[in-house]
Ligand binder design. Sequence first.
Ligand code: SAM
Length: 281
Amino acid sequence: MASSDRTNRRPGGLVLLDGAAVRAAGTVWLVGAGPGDPELLTLKALKALQGAQVVVHDGLVSNEILELAPAGAQKISVAKRKSRHAYAQDEINRMLVAFALQGLRVVRLKGGDPFIFGRGGEELEACREAGVECVIVPGVTAALAAGASAGAPLTHRGVAQAVTFVTGHAAKDGEPDLDWDSLARPNQTVVIYMGVSTAAGIARRLTQAGRNPATPALIVENASRTDERRLVTSLAGLAEVAATLTGPALLIVGEAMALAQAGEPGQTTQIEARAAELGGK
Ligand SMILES: C[S@@+](CC[C@H](N)C(=O)[O-])C[C@H]1O[C@@H](n2cnc3c(N)ncnc32)[C@H](O)[C@@H]1O
């Protein structure tokens, strides 16, 4: 736990100082919950969760993971939906700080990794501004789980010298503001988060900038969850396949995706198969 947790704490954030009880600020733990499979939670994330008094979580965090928090911990969903935000980011920042200032151990549980398209940086800044200790626990980001499940390496000697994580979220004019010329160069992997609704524009821009339409592509929906779907296509087919999706998904474009194996829910993933071999599942 954090250094402040080694002090002589009492319930309710009270600390004994020269025999007198004074209120001490709690800590915000910014924790990556991984892509969904509870077995992809880190041990550090599990420990933080087990010590939580308040859990403020995203919609992408599964119930199976939330159940690992103590039964008595207060659990607050701040799930964001496309058109309706349950909580604005400012409200979430204020909530985290307010709980910590009450002396509580707050776990801010986020899907994947808190610092990969997770707005974790803003929450960290809010804590720093308020003088609240913030501890970051990294998580397995969705891209790593997607590549692992499909047996498709994100970097691969000779065909994928680099991997770039980009957001497909439309910044302006209905399309993301990205360096298309750079992303169109061959022998690199481009992983697009939040790109399902903008897939057609992304594929068009990449192709116009010179990326070969035949470049292999992989789409993974609900990576690492029981309803995971892995769809193998090409840059030219990206938009058509993306149109069939309903859950959170990643679009991955790159020569190394030629190694990807398709799969439907219920089929054993690479991770599950190996875990079963090891007697883990
Ligand atoms: C706001 S971003 C959060 C990313 C998260 N911090 C991470 O590191 O994975 C949400 C997007 O991540 C991707 N995503 C998150 N979890 C996923 C999963 N289990 N399978 C596929 N894509 C996922 C989707 O593109 C989704 O729209």
